[in-house]
Design a binder for this molecule. Structure first.
Ligand SMILES: O=C(O)C[C@H]1C=CC(=O)O1
Length: 93
């Protein structure tokens, strides 16, 4: 099942710099592991915003919830999930 996911990041300005750097490094490693596993199939930056638009390919709602819940940045993000279905006019996919 495919899901479009928008993540809007809002890190507190007073977050300890070392904690912030470690958090971002952990998030990067986590996201790259899921990308290599074929679960996180697109990761795009939204121009001009600390946000991304992503596409996940997972078995079901429960798997997506688990992957998102475990994002190291989860508590600092607003996450918006949109389930996707095949478009009848799409020539690919
Ligand atoms: O920067 C972001 O958009 C948030 C998050 C998503 C992947 C990653 O490495 O960080």
């Amino acid at each position: 099942m495919l899901f479009a996911v928008r993540m809007d990041v809002d890190l507190p300005l007073d977050l300890d710099a070392q904690f912030r750097d470690e958090l971002l490094a952990t998030e990067k490693a986590y996201s790259q592991k899921l990308q290599r596993a074929g679960k996180w199939v697109h990761l795009w930056r939204v121009v001009g915003e600390y946000s991304n638009l992503s596409v996940f390919d997972v078995a079901d709602n429960g798997e997506l919830h688990e992957l998102l819940w475990n994002l190291p940045l989860f508590k600092y993000m607003k996450v918006t999930v949109t389930p996707l279905a095949q478009h009848p006019s799409a020539v690919a996919g």
